[in-house]
Design a protein around this ligand. Structure first.
Ligand SMILES: [Zn+2]
Length: 344
């Protein structure tokens, strides 16, 4: 059976994934309010609403990251991080983390201390149609919460170590505009408008074909943008883990934590197992639609999760007859075949 720290981490990752998936679904809904024939009309308003969604998710993502980190570190070391260096207990930290998981699971609850942006995101997520909501994976989070219940250890005193959490680099709509305007345009409207110009040159004589091609590209950009908004939101928790590990004298090792069926890039990083916390940049890099998160360990006796062990074994197996760049290519082919199997 997985250790409690691993179960906590899985629940944490499921919750972050759920936030990211919700961001993607809201973005797809927003995008469909645009007119494919004239997409820039109304696109500014859409971008401003999506920026608010990003702010709301970043706030949720960070909140979750703090309570996860405080708990996981306490389980492994008996010490947690605290703004005032206050002592606590394992069960209090468990309650704190569970409350944050429940927040993500039941976004329809009007929490008292919710920020305006969190509330905006929660409302938008709850306005999604029922069919969309299924894609939002409530079951995955519920299951990982149940798995965690089975691994829960006994209560115990936890000492607090003074720690100042870094503030999010995105604090306001203005910051979000500066930080994300370009990536939003590159994946969404700006990119689509460039494509439409090319299509008009190519199919200007054939209006039916032109409309079909534009509609097709319109949907491709919808999905591209969904991945970008998803990432811009849940990157906040990843950034917080990174800056916290950098200052945390007890952090020993990190690894790439993936969910089922990751892309070849993340699976390759997962196959590398643990690296020293100081060398965590070797496992950096997140892409749109990725719901992977860093695994952090504070104890040398901590075990590598089964999925990482599996990819480590398979990396050796799949790439053993190849050298240099060919190794990565062989790996990519193998991962693609695995993913096709699970999707069929
Ligand atoms: Zn990934």
């Amino acid at each position: 059976m997985a250790s409690e720290v691993e179960a906590v981490e899985n629940a944490f990752r499921s919750a972050q994934a759920r936030l990211g998936l919700a961001a993607g679904l809201i973005t797809r809904d927003e995008w469909l309010t645009l007119n494919p024939a004239n997409p820039s009309s109304g696109s500014y308003g859409m971008m401003m609403r999506l920026l608010r969604i990003i702010l709301g998710i970043r706030s949720f993502s960070r909140r979750l990251t703090k309570s996860y980190y405080r708990l996981a570190r306490a389980i492994e070391t008996g010490y947690t991080l605290d703004e005032d260096g206050e002592a606590t207990t394992l069960n209090e930290l468990r309650d704190e983390f569970e409350a944050d998981l429940n927040r993500v699971m039941n976004l329809d609850f009007d929490w008292e201390d919710m920020t305006a942006e969190e509330k905006y995101f929660a409302d938008e997520a709850n306005n999604l149609a029922g069919k969309d909501k299924d894609q939002w994976k409530p079951a995955e989070l519920e299951e990982s919460l149940e798995d965690w219940q089975e691994t829960k250890g006994s209560d115990g005193k936890v000492k607090g170590e003074k720690h100042k959490w870094t503030d999010d680099r995105i604090q306001s709509i203005d910051d979000a505009l500066k930080g994300f305007k370009k990536v939003i345009g590159d994946a969404g409207i700006t990119d689509l408008e460039n494509k439409i110009k090319t299509l008009k040159r190519r199919y200007g004589e054939d209006p039916d074909r032109l409309l079909a091609e534009i509609t097709n590209e319109f949907l491709i950009n919808r999905d591209k943008l969904a991945g970008v908004i998803d990432k811009s939101g849940i990157d906040s928790g990843r950034e917080l883990i990174d800056t916290t590990v950098a200052k945390d004298k007890r952090a020993r090792a990190v690894a790439r934590g993936t969910r089922g069926s990751p892309c070849h890039f993340c699976a390759m990083l997962a196959s590398r197992g643990f690296v020293y916390a100081s060398e965590r940049m070797a496992l950096a890099g997140w892409h749109p639609n990725c719901h992977c998160y860093a695994i952090v360990r504070w104890s040398d006796s901590s075990e590598l999760p089964e999925r990482n062990e599996y990819y480590a074994r398979m990396w050796d197996d799949v790439t053993k007859d190849h050298t240099g760049q060919e190794k990565a290519k062989a790996w990519r082919r193998w991962i693609t075949a695995q993913r096709n199997k699970t999707n069929s």
